[in-house]
Ligand binder design. Sequence first.
Ligand code: PGA
Length: 251
Amino acid sequence: MRKNIVAGNWKMNNNTTQTKALINDLKGALEKVSANCRVLISPTSINLTSAVEATKGSVIEVSAQNMHQATSGAYTGEISANMLQDVGVKTVILGHSERRTFFGEDDTMLTEKVTTALENNLEIIFCFGELLEDRKSDNHFNVVESQLKNVVLALNASAWKNIVLAYEPVWAIGTGETASPEQAQEMHAFIRGLVEATYGKILANNVSILYGGSVKPANAQEIFSKEDVDGGLIGGASLNATDFTGIITAF
Ligand code: PGA
C-alpha cells in the first residue's frame, strides 16, 4: 500500500550553519511526536553532505532538488546522479515548476533526467501542475495529462517503485493561495486514474501522490484527509521546524 510522505523543499535557502540548525530543531520537534509518514527534507546541493550527516539516526531522509541528466562530463555547475548517491542521497525532486520556468526544463529534458535517476537507483519526486491561465481556461486536466504522459507514464511499470508524484498547481506555489481540498482530491483522483489506465489498479493504488502549494499547519489536515492525497511537498512552511512538524503531524 502506498506511503504517506511529507517532503520539505528548502529551495535556495539556508547556508550550512542554518541547515544544521534547522535539522537539529526538526529532530528535537520530531522526538516529541510520532510521525505517521515518511519525512524528507531537500537542502541545496552544497549542503546535502552536511544534511545526510546531521540526519543520521533520525527518521528524516534527505533528497536533492535537482540533478543533471548526463552521468558526467563537461557540464559546468551541474551535479550528477552518482554524486548524489555517493553522499548518501537516495531521492531527487525533478520537474519542479521553478526548474521548468526559470531553467527551461521541458518534457524532453525531464525524460532524460528521470531515466538517468532511475538508472542510478534514485527515487524520484516528479513534480507537475498547471498555470493559473490553464485552470481559468478549464485546461488543467489536459495540461497535467500531457506532463505525465510525456514523461513518467511512458516508463515501464517496473520503474514505478521509485516514483512519487507531486501535483503542484503553479498558481498555489509560494502565493499563499492553496487549491481547496476538493480541487486537490479531484485532480489527484484524475492522476491516479491515468496511472491505473496505463498500468492497472494495483500499481495505481501503490503510488503516493503528494499535493504542493502553500500547505501550512492550518490547512494540512484537511488536504491530507482526502482519499487520493498522500502527503505534501512543502516549500515555505518547511523552513521552520514548528510549522513543518505541524504539517507532519497532520497525519
Ligand atoms: P510553497 O512551495 O509551499 O512555498 O507554496 C511548494 C513547492 O514549491 O514545492
